[in-house]
Design a protein around this ligand. Sequence first.
Ligand code: 3SL
Length: 234
Amino acid sequence: MKTIDVCLSPELMHLYKVRDRTVVVVDILRATSCMVTAFAHGIETITPVADLNTCRMMRHKGFIISGERDGKKVEGFDKGNSPYEYMGPDIRHKRIAFTTTNGTQAIEKSKEAHKVIIGSFLNLSTVVKYLLFGENNVLIVCAGWKGKVNLEDTLFAGAVIDRLRNHIEPDCDAPLIAQQLYNDAKDDMVTYLKNSSHVKRLDKLDIHKDIEYCLTIDQYDVLPKLKQGVLTLI
Ligand code: 3SL
């Protein structure tokens, strides 16, 4: 039977061998939710970039430049990190260069994997189906917050594990923790996450509607995949 594990923070990546695995990168609030939304609304590619300057330079190559630091849109950038910015006709058939505090860093740390896909609650069933029929063992990489563990990415990992429980075997205890938390939270994730650190952070920025949106299950059936450093649709 295939196995599944969860890396609860990118700081723990050195503990995992990823070359033979399919890695699912998740940053529920809000980077991977934005990416999935952008693909569902017609973006052609997203290039994840770790630092601000490289991202800035990519405007000269015709990219929309997007990103945040500490939740706020970067000065001079075209777009920030709210999924509502990625629903309009202005992104159709365009290319985005994207840099975020945690999400794009987690993608960078995962790039040695055999396959890297992008997960969020918005495309949960599509992710699950892909993992079910894929041949590789799986690692879910939670972006967390500046190296620390967060609840929302762990809940997503738990949701995947719960749906695959009869088909893929947990590798260690992190999948069991994630699954247990998801089962505690699943009936009302918005309330469950009320005291979580990133929800509090985003509440201060007055973007509560982003939180509810990012916790919506199965809004889209798109699956972004990393190929030579660029995200495209499978
Ligand atoms: O860290 C990230 O990648 C972001 O998603 C964080 S925020 O939701 O924009 O604050």
